[in-house]
Design a protein around this ligand. Structure first.
Ligand code: BGC
Length: 255
């Protein structure tokens, strides 16, 4: 088992990519805190599923855009499991609105969860890891949109672009403490964040045309990389983004 005796927090892990990561970590022997904001029943189910594979798990409600929630998320994890080794910042939101019609409130909401929230989680998690004195792992779930555009989604793209330099900068600052920091950039993955795609076959067809490997990704495609980056085998890897996108970023469109 790759994560035996490790303790992990996965934000936004009642559903989607976060849940798949929490499950994968449990299967590899980690104790896991399932963080959720608005899906308590799904979070409880995730905990039960992790326990079924023989790992320990708790669920904690915390909104990543609230500093006091993040502090208590880490405190409760340490109270329950004794320490924190792996912080996965997965919670994120998006709402597509044309740039000229986007209200300031929407910009602020998306930035507060997808960028400021990750900054807060990184800082609180790193403080805990530094106090333990034996390193740690921070993994941010970013997006291919830290590099490529997505019209009608400027706040989301700006937040993901910000995550790139946040990760790179703190990777350098935290390296002397043995804490590695990396981003995973998923492409189109089948999760609740893009559930509208399923109801729109035309849009789905267009999207599949953009993916060289010819299929939409599954949350488990992302979870397998997260498990590796969280493991001891990845101890020399820090400061980069790894894309899980079926080749989407290399697609040259009509050329
Ligand atoms: C977005 C999805 C989108 C995918 C590929 C993700 O970051 O959350 O809505 O389908 O990127 O463009």
């Amino acid at each position: 088992m790759q994560l035996e005796n490790k303790v992990a927090i996965v934000t936004g892990s009642s559903l989607g990519i976060g849940k798949a990561i929490a499950m994968a970590f449990g299967k590899e022997g980690a104790s896991v805190t399932v963080d959720y904001r608005s899906h308590p029943d799904e979070a409880k189910e995730a905990v039960q599923e992790i326990e079924k594979v023989g790992a320990r798990a708790i669920s904690v409600q915390a909104d990543v855009s609230k500093p006091e929630d993040i502090k208590s998320l880490i405190q409760k994890t340490v109270e329950e499991f004794g320490r924190l080794d792996i912080m996965v910042n997965n919670a994120g939101i998006e709402e597509k609105v044309p740039f000229l019609e986007t209200p300031l409130e929407l910009w602020e909401k998306v930035i507060s969860v997808n960028l400021t929230g990750v900054w807060l989680c990184c800082q609180e998690a790193a403080k805990q890891m530094v106090s333990q004195g034996d390193g740690g792992r921070i993994i941010n779930i970013s997006s291919i949109h830290e590099e490529i555009t997505m019209p009608t989604n400027a706040p989301y793209c700006a937040a993901k672009g910000g995550l790139k330099m946040l990760m790179r900068t703190i990777a350098v600052e935290l390296a002397p403490h043995g804490i590695t920091v990396n981003n995973i950039g998923p492409g189109a993955i089948e999760t609740p964040i893009n559930r509208n795609l399923k109801e729109n076959p035309e849009q789905m067809k267009e999207l599949l045309g953009e993916i060289p490997l010819g299929r939409i990704g599954q949350p488990e495609d992302v979870a397998s990389l997260a498990t590796f980056l969280a493991s001891d085998a990845a101890s020399y890897i820090t400061g980069s983004t790894y894309f899980v996108d079926g080749g989407m970023m290399r697609q040259s469109g009509s050329l």
